[in-house]
Design a protein around this ligand. Structure first.
Ligand code: FCB
Length: 460
């Protein structure tokens, strides 16, 4: 692992106007599920075994009741931006129609608290917590979903556009589609690879409609957040699998954004799953609605190898069920690993940014998530987390390197402000700069919080 640089050195390697931020999402921190409508994640969490430790949306971090304390922490961190998501079922409990006074009011308050402290709000409209009622109407498989989503974005823009310049439509549509519909390990828990491809496409169409709606409502900078990553393989025999994974992970999404539609290679390599007849010219055009910026969430590269022997017996690399129709291969991360089992590779961030800038030339980029889960321990009231510090240091150096190579990177958000509900992993994976006691909800800034604060506040 790269050696840890001093906060001053790290700050000094970025331009003066670069923004450091920190990120969270609604379902992972808010709690108070009784004061909003049900989301697909609430429903999914009730399936025995779906969430490893049986966690539910409550209390999460009890953020709804502790929003002032949490914004104070963000203020102490000294960051210039806070990326959060609006819970659709809190803001617009019917899925369509009127906004909830109290739900919409909560985000008014959060935004105002941020602005009072000089922190730029970066809002994400959809970070996976779809209203369950819309799921029951067909969810992302429904052809009208892009219009329902656009109406929701329009309402968000009208409500917050006077104070929030940067709104992302979606967080990581790859995850919604492939983990939610192919692997079935995320809500809504469907295992149907053909549907996963349709959902991926429909999400991108919806995002395009959302971008137009946000602009109509006066939002200056609509964008989208993708989980792009560099796909590596050292074995030429695994090259086909590598290319397939790269296409489903990255180019499917960047091509749609760039107006290139769904490529022949993608269509050919997935033709046993779908005939792509749901793709229309209007949809392709909508998906390419120009965005003002692109958020990249990066944690780890994908390393593709030939199947291990055990996988060969099973016929296909088990890990690759999330890349439907992949030629036999397995994903083999190399140490050091985080507790998620994710390979730590800062160079992967540099490569991902360079590759993304090449795929979408001239588009301003942000790293909207980057961080690491490690098993933390509270000792005498403190949390010392050198591995997380080293992870941040290495990845920030890689981001600065990408800028030096000409990538138009404007900001970086660490994931996450605080330990939270890590989706299907429940509370077992802790990514926070702030430790949250699962019983008392007490917040304890970790050593990494102070390290990052020194970078964010640092003078050059
Ligand atoms: C990303 C999600 C985020 C968090 C991190 C660890 O895929 O966007 O909510 O779970 O992974």
């Amino acid at each position: 692992m790269a050696s840890t640089e001093s906060p001053q050195t790290i700050r000094g390697s970025f331009p003066d106007d670069f923004t450091f931020g920190v990120a969270t999402s609604s379902w992972q921190i808010e709690g108070s599920s009784a004061t909003r409508a049900e989301s697909i994640w609430d429903r999914f969490a009730k399936i025995p075994g779906a969430i490893v430790d049986g966690s539910s949306a409550d209390p999460a971090c009890d953020h709804l009741n502790r929003v002032e304390e949490d914004v104070d922490l963000i203020g102490q961190l000294g960051v210039g931006a806070y990326r959060f998501s609006v819970s659709w079922p809190r803001f617009m409990p019917g899925g369509t129609g009127a906004a909830s006074r109290s739900g919409a009011g909560f985000y008014d308050r959060l935004i105002d608290l941020l602005l009072e402290r000089g922190i730029q709000p970066l809002l994400t409209a959809y970070h996976w917590d779809l209203p369950q009622s819309l799921q029951e109407s067909g969810g992302w498989l429904h052809p009208d979903m892009p219009h329902w989503f656009a109406d929701y974005c329009q309402a968000l823009g009208e409500r917050y556009g006077d104070r929030v310049s940067h709104i992302a439509t979606l967080n990581e549509p790859w995850v919604s589609a492939f983990l939610g519909y192919a692997a079935g390990i995320h809500a809504p828990g469907v295992v149907n690879a053909g549907q996963a491809l349709e959902v991926a496409y429909r999400l991108m169409v919806a995002s395009g409609h959302g971008v137009s709606a946000l602009r109509n409502a006066g939002v200056g900078n609509p964008g989208i957040v993708l989980n792009l990553t560099t796909v590596r393989s050292e074995d030429p025999r695994a090259e086909k699998a590598r290319d397939h994974i790269d296409r489903l992970q990255n180019t499917l999404f960047t091509d749609l954004l760039a107006g290139r539609g769904v490529s022949d290679e993608v269509r050919r390599s997935t033709d046993i799953l779908t005939d792509w007849s749901f793709v229309t010219d209007e949809g392709v055009e909508a998906a390419a609605t120009p965005i003002s910026w692109l958020g990249v969430n990066y944690y780890t590269p994908i390393r593709v190898a030939l199947p291990r022997e055990s996988d060969q017996t099973a016929g296909v690399g088990q890990d690759t069920v999330v890349y439907p129709a992949c030629p036999p291969a397995s994903l083999q991360p190399r140490g050091p690993l985080t507790t998620m089992g994710w390979e730590v590779d800062p160079k992967g961030l540099r490569d991902t940014l360079v590759e993304t800038a090449a795929a979408l030339p001239g588009l301003p980029l942000w790293v909207t998530e980057n961080g690491a889960a490690y098993a933390d321990r509270v000792l005498d009231g403190d949390v010392y987390d050198p591995d997380r510090i080293s992870y941040l240091s290495g990845h920030l150096a890689a981001a600065a390197e990408a800028i030096d190579e000409g990538v138009p990177l404007q900001g970086y958000c660490a994931w996450s402000l605080m330990d939270n509900l890590e989706w299907a992993e429940g509370r077992t994976q802790t990514f926070g700069l702030v430790h949250v006691d699962p019983e008392t909800m007490q917040r304890i800034p970790k050593a990494s919080f102070h390290f990052y604060a020194d970078i964010a506040k640092g003078e050059r």
